[in-house]
Write a new protein. Structure first.
Length: 143
């Protein structure tokens, strides 16, 4: 299992400069689909259901206050194995050209985010976890 920083570096190495909103969603979808395709997490870090969509707090702490990120020096793509790289590349192939707002809207219609946000109003802050089990079950059902 890789580190979330390594996943972040791999994504940015392929996308270049991207807004942090989109960046977080690409990391989320990389985790979700890797869970489905490989039956194991891509990284161990927690993903939370924030008002604007799924967020990895461990990444947010390092890009907080930035609208865009271009590189992730905290990570090393070389630490990823071939299956991990393939999952990231497949996610980027499908979701990578989409704007961050589109990705956010998509996550807001999907069960893992909706279930984690249950009982919270639309803009209300929240830190509930989107569990790996919820992601694996939902995205696995889409195949």
């Amino acid at each position: 299992m890789s580190k979330v920083d390594d996943v972040a570096a791999a994504i940015l190495n392929r996308t270049g400069r991207v807004d942090t909103w989109k960046f977080q969603k690409l990391v989320y979808y990389s985790q979700a689909w890797h869970l489905v395709w490989e039956s194991e997490p891509l990284f161990p870090d927690r993903i939370e259901a924030w008002a604007n969509g799924p967020v990895v707090p461990a990444l947010y702490r390092h890009h907080r206050g930035s609208f865009r990120v271009a590189t992730w020096p905290r990570g090393d793509e070389q630490s990823l194995n071939q299956d991990e790289i393939e999952s990231i590349e497949a996610v980027l192939s499908f979701y990578g050209a989409k704007p961050g707002s589109w990705l956010s809207e998509l996550t807001h219609r999907e069960r893992p985010w909706l279930e984690a946000r249950r009982g919270l109003s639309a803009g209300e802050r929240g830190d509930r976890e989107i569990t790996k089990a919820a992601m694996a079950e939902y995205y696995g059902s889409l195949l």
